[in-house]
Ligand binder design. Structure first.
Ligand code: 5GP
Ligand code: ZN
Length: 119
C-alpha cells in the first residue's frame, strides 16, 4: 500500500495498525473500535474504518457500504454493552462540527442521559 503524508501522520491510522496502543472493543476486516482516551460518558467508544478517510465530508456514494457497516457495528456494540436505555452515535465533521482527529470516526456514547441540543 502506498501511504500519503496525511496517512503516515494520522493518529487513528497508527491506532488501527497498532503502533499506538488502544483498548480494543471490536474489530473486523473493515473497521476497528476502541475506547476513547477521554470518555465523555460511562461508555465512550470510537469506531473507525481501517482505511484512511479524513471525514464524512470526504466520502461519496462509493463509501455507502462501509458507512453503513460502521453504523451497524455501532448498534452491535451498543447491544453487546447492554445500552438498553439508548445511546448516541455522533460523527463530528470538520472544524464547525468539532472534529479534532482527521480520520473519520463514529462516537458511541451511552450509560447516561444525553441532553439536546449539543454544545
Ligand atoms: P473528535 O473530536 O475528532 O470528534 O474525536 C476525537 C476523539 O479521539 C476524542 O474524543 C478524543 O478523546 C479521542 N482521542 C484523541 N487521542 C486519542 C488517543 O490517543 N487514543 C484514544 N483512544 N482516543 C483518542
Ligand atoms: Zn487515518
Amino acid at each position: 500500500m502506498r501511504y500519503t503524508g496525511a496517512v503516515m501522520s494520522c493518529l487513528f491510522c497508527k491506532i488501527v495498525e497498532g503502533s499506538i496502543p488502544s483498548t480494543a472493543i471490536y474489530q473486523d476486516s473493515d473497521c476497528y473500535a476502541f475506547a476513547d482516551i477521554g470518555p465523555q460518558a460511562p461508555t465512550h467508544i470510537l469506531i473507525v474504518p481501517r482505511k484512511h478517510i479524513a471525514s464524512l465530508a470526504a466520502t461519496s456514494e462509493a463509501d455507502a457500504e462501509l458507512l453503513g457497516h460502521l453504523v451497524t457495528i455501532a448498534a452491535k456494540i451498543a447491544r453487546d454493552k447492554a445500552l438498553v436505555n439508548g445511546y448516541r452515535v455522533v460523527m463530528n465533521t470538520g472544524p464547525d462540527g468539532g472534529q479534532t482527529v482527521d480520520h473519520l470516526h463514529l462516537h458511541l456514547l451511552g450509560g447516561r442521559h444525553m441532553t439536546w441540543p449539543p454544545g
